[in-house]
Design a protein around this ligand. Structure first.
Ligand code: ADP
Length: 518
């Protein structure tokens, strides 16, 4: 009992450790992978921020220079200012406090006609939407947005000239920004992919990269300039990322498999322990049964032997009767010992069989002959039908006789009230099949499999005083398998039982199909 508790505690401990280990493995693997991802995304975020800052400071620097170069009187040559700043500035406006363009206060990189049209559009449509008057003096404000269906970036400042206020508004050249500045910052040889998208997620710059699961991407907004746009950074070597996520999957699968392996092993162990305990219980039953079976014939032999030896018989006929009893019991004893010895041999795994070509019909007849005396004692008639001309088969005649004898003995032992037993040997397709049918109490369906297990005795017989050891059918099953055949039972309680013992037969030759009654 204490051992059982110990084993159960041990199994429980292994189970808990396995689950703990699996949990640790799982959380370690996922922590490593999330830490890796965090490092990568931090690096990307840092780099992205550097790019955003670089681009924005370039724009701010240009704006500052332009703003600083413009005074109200004298107004510098704005066309020259625009030119000085290359393509970064598309137009410059100088507005008075009524938000009208001062004379000479407009320059643009557009053609003359386009330039005039844009100036009108700017004054009528754009200026009223810009928060110019609210802009603190000498500071830079900006608006990024769409007018019409085009995006613009305007930077502006409010300045004072004496008691007059004026505004300088710059239109940034967005096509220059996208076409020249962005490529400068987002080199194609970088191990990262850069993309600039607008507020609806449409690509403004860069090549599309898919939002595949597992592809790490970070987003950084522009703040002081094109603030409707966002920079997206992704890792270019998606191969390495794929490998990383594959490794993570492999890690999880391995952890899962090891856990499943340990659990399966434990389950198997529990089953094995249970089976072993059952076998031990059955074995001790077996020892009790066998001792009992040995003791009964021995005491009968010694009792009648003693009667004979002391001459206490009433005539020669009685002496013969006593001698017969002694002989019968010793035959029974010998058979039991045969069974036990063969069984022990099989249990030890010793190759117990010697095969030779033999006539199965003869083997069956010999077994019936050996049990003749018991049949008579039980008052049973055996009807045997052995098909003539059966081909010889390779078998161990002694072992097979023992198997047949066990089936016939069982029929005699368990079904004497059926009054007859039918034994038939015939070819069925590619096998020779022996059926032993009795008309006794039969066997419950759920015990059909169990009765072939060693030491198992059916519930019904355990309650009746029928002697047995529970190894007979286990032996039959072993012998049948060793001959590459098998044994099965068909039975319903109250309807008798039919045992089928079969062995593979060589292909049919010129056999005489006529049956023969014995
Ligand atoms: P034993 O006869 O020594 O108990 P066996 O292995 O020969 O052991 O048989 C196992 C069990 O199968 C028997 O205990 C009995 O319950 C059942 N059994 C075997 N043959 C028959 C039969 N012909 N009719 C009913 N029960 C049977």
């Amino acid at each position: 009992m204490r051992r059982l508790v110990f084993v159960n505690v041990l199994i429980f401990a292994v189970l808990v450790s396995a689950i703990g280990l699996a949990y640790y493995g799982y959380s370690f693997a996922s922590e490593v992978s999330s830490r890796e991802r965090a490092i990568i995304s931090d690096t990307m975020r840092e780099l992205g921020q550097e790019k955003v800052d670089g681009i924005e400071s370039q724009i701010l620097e240009t704006d500052r220079k332009v703003f600083d170069s413009i005074a109200l009187e004298p107004l510098p040559d704005l066309q020259a200012v625009v030119k000085t700043h290359g393509a970064a500035v598309a137009s410059v406006f100088v507005l008075d406090e009524r938000l009208q363009v001062v004379p000479g206060g407009y320059a643009t990189t557009r053609s003359r006609e386009d330039g005039l049209a844009f100036r009108d559009y700017f004054v009528s449509q754009i200026v009223p939407t810009l928060p110019l008057a609210a802009q603190p003096l000498r500071t830079r404000g900006h608006v990024h947005g769409g007018w019409g269906d085009r995006p613009f970036l305007f930077s502006f400042t409010r300045r004072a000239w004496g008691d007059r206020t004026y505004y300088v508004v710059l239109e940034a050249d967005l096509s220059h920004l996208v076409g020249a500045v962005f490529p400068q910052f987002f080199g194609v040889r970088s191990p990262r992919l850069y993309q600039v998208v607008d507020e609806s997620g449409d690509l403004v710059y860069g090549i599309p990269f898919s939002d595949r699961a597992g592809v790490l991407a970070v987003e950084l907004p522009f703040v002081d300039t094109v603030d409707h746009w966002t920079l997206r950074v992704a890792q270019k070597d998606s191969g390495a990322q794929l490998a990383r996520s594959r490794r993570q999957v492999i890690d999880f699968v391995l952890v899962g498999l090891s856990l499943a392996g340990i659990l399966a092993g434990l389950g198997f162990l529990v089953l094995a322990i249970r089976r072993e305990r059952r076998a031990n219980a059955l074995k001790s039953d077996f020892i009790t049964n066998v001792s009992h079976e040995l003791k009964t014939p021995l005491s009968i032999i010694s009792m009648f032997g003693e009667l004979l030896a002391s001459g206490r018989t009433r005539g020669a006929a009685q002496a013969t009767e006593y001698a017969e009893i002694i002989w019968r019991e010793s035959v029974r004893l010998a058979r039991l010992i045969d069974n036990v010895l063969d069984f022990a041999k099989i249990e030890r795994g010793v190759d117990a069989y010697e095969f030779a070509e033999a006539d199965l019909g003869e083997v069956v007849e010999r077994a019936l002959e050996l049990s003749r005396h018991r049949q008579q004692q039980a008052g049973l008639t055996v009807h045997a039908t052995i098909e003539a001309g059966l081909p010889p088969v390779s078998l161990d005649a002694n072992a097979y006789t023992l198997a047949v004898l066990n089936l016939v003995d069982n029929a005699i032992k368990y079904a004497p009230d059926g009054e007859r037993i039918e034994v038939a040997l015939a070819r069925r397709d590619d096998r020779l099949e022996l059926t032993v049918r009795d008309f006794g109490p039969g066997i419950e369906a759920e015990e059909h499999g169990k009765i072939f297990e060693r030491f198992y005795r059916a519930r019904a017989v355990r309650l009746r005083p029928i002697r047995g050891s529970g190894i007979g059918l286990a032996l039959v099953d072993h012998i049948a398998r060793a001959h590459r055949g098998g044994v099965s039972v068909e039975s319903e309680p109250g309807q008798g039982a039919t045992f089928r013992l079969w062995i593979p037969a060589p292909p049919p030759g010129e056999a005489d199909p006529a049956g023969e009654e014995t």
